[in-house]
Design a protein around this ligand. Sequence first.
Ligand code: ADP
Ligand code: MG
Length: 458
Amino acid sequence: MLTTKFQIRLAAFCLLLFLAAILLGWAAQSAWQRVRLLNDELSREQLESYRTADQFLLDLQHLQGLLLRFELRGDSNDWARFDAGQNNLDLWLTQQRNRLYTGAERSALQSIERAYDDYQIAATRLAQQIAAGRSIRELAADVERTSAEFERLGRLDGDLVQAHQRAREELIDRSRHELTFIRAVLYGALTALLGTGLGLAGFIWSGLISPLQRQLLESRELIARQDRLASLGILAAGVAHEIRNPLTAIKARLFTQRKHLGPGTAAHDDAEVIGSEIDRLESIVKGFLQFARPAEPEFAVVPVLPLLQSLESLLRDSLDAQHQIRLEIEPGESLSVRADANQLKQVLLNLVQNAADAIGARGRIGLRYRWDLQRLRGQQLPVVVIEILDTGSGIPADIRPRLFDPFFTTKATGTGLGLSIAARIIENHGGAIHYQTEPGRGTTFGVVLPEAAPTPAD
Ligand code: ADP
Ligand code: MG
């Protein structure tokens, strides 16, 4: 039972670990992707692309300056430099098309390119007029047109500046968004990692260390108990021997005394009481000896149903007549245990007796058995569980820890040895006794014994 629980927890934990690994993998991958995206966006090229408008305006102003000088001085060198400059700027503008990132920037650039063509046409016309030696007045219309185109270009460049501004703001927003995402992913991953670590620690503790600790404690207690029992056995044999001999002598004397006492006299009644008390003493000594030094079980294959039937026929009538307690067997499939039949019978007798005591009067004791797979002494074994159910008073929580202690009893005339002897015998059989109880409703004692392979006769 413990192992299946452990296995379920192990499986659940592995699943959790697997999920955490997937989560971590996903977090790492998406964080990496976002970082790369950010890296791309914040590249030198992109940052430089925001300066396209400024650069263009500078170059345009330079060209306009050259044109003005040519206008004033008519020096053909100035025109040659203007011509080279305007072609370079034309080429540069074409190259900028692929360097801009947003649609708004690209369409602003397109407008600039178109206006620049117009500016070039106007400037070339003006240069031709100057070269033809036209007077200032005759040039006025062309000068006007060129500067109008120049101003238009200035306005369009302003549009590009604005488009740059918007693109930059969008980039900052996006970067902030990516950073928030990366931070969330990192926190999430850290939390998952921490959770997994804590889970692992808890799992190792509860699944491995704590049971080991418990087992160690249990085996230590068992060893201490065995030690105590061994020395108790030696002591008990001596004491029992010492007590039994005088008891036998007293009993013999009492027997002869009683012969001289007439029945019905006070002295005869006293002798009766003394006799029954001596019997009680003898049974205590016998029980104690049995507890301290139980006989080695003589193992045989014991079919369970016939054993329960013999118990039933032994007790049924007296229980029914004296206490109105029904003793009922709930028959099941044919099962056998490996046990000493007499010792097992004694255990079951004790348990039935306790059940009857707990009921007092009017009730039911059930005897039933079933096959199961249970852990006995560290091994998963096929077992038979024999159960004694009663409708008695149940066992109060405060006395449960002492239930199996020798001499622990809640009854006026109890010896407190029944359960301790039963537990010892079953322990010697490699089995176990457990119980379930509900105060006011009843108790079920279960005797778990290794199953014996059925005999050929079965
Ligand atoms: P005794 O029967 O002599 O008292 P046991 O060792 O057989 O000694 O039982 C110890 C105590 O356990 C009983 O005194 C009783 O209080 C309690 N006990 C045992 N079996 C039952 C039961 N079936 N229902 C309620 N109490 C029980
Ligand atoms: Mg008892």
